[in-house]
Design a protein around this ligand. Structure first.
Ligand code: ATP
Ligand code: MG
Length: 582
């Protein structure tokens, strides 16, 4: 491709709308343009990267025996009603009505549509297992679209669905997909880690997320340095670190048990644990954080207790309670239910279900809100002054906690970008949608499913997050938009222009994707653009070198430079490319 015939609107300035390196650089390198929040144009250069990623994904899916299909984006509501997701999926589901007033949605994921296809066509165990996939545009009305292609509202996803005769076959299919995913991310040049992920209400431990390690990641990867345990924070468990209880248990009432009034202390304007902890001179571990949660959009309200130095983990809460949604109750609701403002709520005397984190078992001489504005209660003891109805793991693991798996290592925390997700679904969807087959004995049985997603655009963005420098993008060779860029430093000089053209034909003929910067621009300008766009190998054709029959080759990643005789350019590029690919 010749730059003069191409469309790469690069920019010097950092666009104000972008926060992360990948977002800034995709805009500056002329790969994408914003149309609306989370909705982007893909320009030619951007699309080339997306196609490269797609091809790697497609190749690995095909090798794993999955078959490519293409399902519609527009999905009738009836299919989503069969699984209950029409109601449950919430506002992320982009819903539309057609001209007849029929409800549809734009697919954010395709379990329903794929299961509908398979239940209609598959009758016999002989047709199973069957793994179907597609690479297609997904729609999710994300609450906070951001970071460009990383969290968009319209984006490309590869989604695959496995249909199996039984659990054993589903486990095999899962392992095959897991391996295919490792290949995809390795071939895309990414440093990644597979972590255990939350299975929500489906249960089991058969869900893994593939995380690209990068400081700007929205996810937290928790791992143990002493064993193979790795999990995302949503699910990460740590060994209980039970706080030492003081030797003597203090009475709650002034003047001893049965005394006049509880030991409420005035704590005006002290709401957060930190504030009250400093004010009362008690460490946060002796506090009982009490939060009122609303389940399934108001179906139930309950109090959740965690130790003052811990954070509530809403994913664990949701899973343990079998809820579809959990969110903090509004200030008004908290007051209505407890008589106090948020910050002054405590477990004693609460008239609602209490769910407590294991770390609070047997805690004594603790402090919490007094359910009275401006007051906290001290000397609370679990069992005597409040009794939780349910004990669960309700807290976030913390860096330095003991690993729950091996009990030896102290957990490390890293930031990660979730690029892929593999999930054993069991019969959740096949049961709801009646996807069954006849086994060898002619008995009707329910199919066992798996679902496997990869974000194509997110892979491209994650690659940039992991690989860039001050000057711009440093593409992994395998997903770079072009392999080589040729930079004649002065196209007005016929010998330079002609040499550049000759190298262009030679390298193109040898199978490289080559961009020829034939623009009549200053050398510095071209160098900047070449570095910004991040093509792995640069061939610089300058006057001085050419006098000796030489050009210069620069490797973007290492900034290594080589002077190479004209006849040696092809072999040298091959050698560098092989090195970058290995
Ligand atoms: P997240 O927790 O980041 O919202 P998710 O759990 O909703 O992701 P899945 O439903 O598992 O994601 O989707 C499969 C893959 O699709 C993800 O691993 C990710 O790579 C990609 N993906 C999901 N949401 C988006 C989005 N809004 N923009 C771009 N890619 C996305
Ligand atoms: Mg999501």
């Amino acid at each position: 491709m010749r730059m003069t015939k191409y469309f790469v609107p690069t920019a010097r300035e950092t666009p104000s709308e972008a926060e992360t390196a990948s977002h800034v650089l995709m805009l500056r390198a002329g790969m994408i343009r914003k149309v609306a929040a989370g909705v982007y144009d893909l320009l030619p250069l951007g699309l080339r990267v997306i196609r490269r990623v797609e091809n790697i994904v497609r190749d690995e899916m095909n090798r794993a025996g999955a078959l490519e299909t293409l399902l519609p984006s527009m999905i009738p509501a009836e299919l989503w009603m069969e699984t209950g997701r029409w109601q449950k999926y919430g506002k992320e589901l982009l819903r539309i009505k057609d001209r007849h007033g029929h409800d549809f949605c734009y697919g954010p994921t395709h379990e329903e549509v794929m299961t509908d296809l398979v239940r209609g066509e598959v009758r016999s165990y002989k047709q199973l297992p069957l793994v179907l996939y597609q690479i297609q545009t997904k729609f999710r009305d994300e609450i906070r679209p951001r970071f460009g292609m990383m969290r968009a509202r319209e984006f490309m996803m590869k989604d695959a669905y496995g249909f199996h005769p039984d659990e054993a076959s589903a486990a095999e299919g899962y392992a095959r997909m897991f391996a295919a995913y490792e290949n995809i991310f390795r071939r895309s040049g990414l440093k990644f880690r597979a972590v255990e992920a939350d299975t929500g209400n489906i249960g089991g431990s058969s869900s893994h997320e593939f995380m690209v390690l990068a400081d700007t990641g929205e996810d937290t990867v928790v791992s143990c340095p002493d064993c193979s345990y790795a999990s995302n924070l949503e699910k990460a468990e740590s060994k209980d670190r039970v706080a030492e209880n003081p030797a003597s248990i203090l009475p709650l009432e002034r003047g001893g048990a049965g005394g006049a009034s509880p030991t409420d202390v005035e704590t005006p304007n002290q709401k957060t644990i930190e504030e009250v902890s400093a004010f009362l001179k008690m460490p946060p571990e002796r506090f009982i954080k009490t939060l009122v949660y609303c389940l399934d959009e108001g179906k139930e309200h309950l109090a959740v207790l965690v130790r003052g130095d811990c954070e509530v983990n809403e994913h664990k809460l949701k899973t343990a309670l079998g809820a579809d949604s959990v969110e903090l109750a509004s200030f008004e609701k908290v007051r209505e239910l407890t008589g106090a403002g948020a910050g002054f709520v405590g477990p004693r005397g609460l008239k609602m279900k209490i769910v407590a984190d294991h770390l609070l078992r047997g805690i004594t001489n603790a402090a919490s809100g007094a359910n009275k504005d401006g007051f906290h209660t001290i000397n609370l003891s679990e069992g005597r002054d409040f009794k939780p109805d349910v004990w669960i793991d309700a807290r976030n693991a913390r860096a330095g906690d003991l690993c729950a798996r091996c009990g030896k290592g102290r957990l490390d925390f890293h930031r990660g970008i979730e690029v892929g997700h593999v999930f054993r679904l069991g019969t959740k969807y096949s049961k709801a949608m009646n996807a069954s087959y006849l086994d060898a004995d002619g008995k009707e049985r329910t199919m066992v499913m798996g679902t496997y997603g990869v974000g194509i655009g997110r892979i491209a963005a994650a690659a940039i997050e992991q690989s860039h420098d001050q000057a711009g993008i440093v593409w992994p060779y395998s997903i770079a938009p072009f392999h080589v860029v040729i930079l004649p430093l002065n196209v007005a000089k016929p010998d330079l222009a002609q040499t550049a053209e000759r190298i262009y034909s030679e390298l193109s003929g040898a199978g490289f994707d080559v961009l020829l910067d034939d623009r009549d621009e200053r050398a510095g300008f071209k160098f900047n653009d070449a570095d910004l766009v991040g093509i792995p190998i640069q061939v610089i054709v300058g006057e001085k070198g050419l006098k000796n029959g030489e050009v210069e080759i620069k490797v973007r990643k290492t900034a290594a430079r080589f002077s190479v005789k004209l006849e040696g350019v092809g072999p040298k590029i091959r050698e560098i490319a092989d090195g970058l690919l290995s």
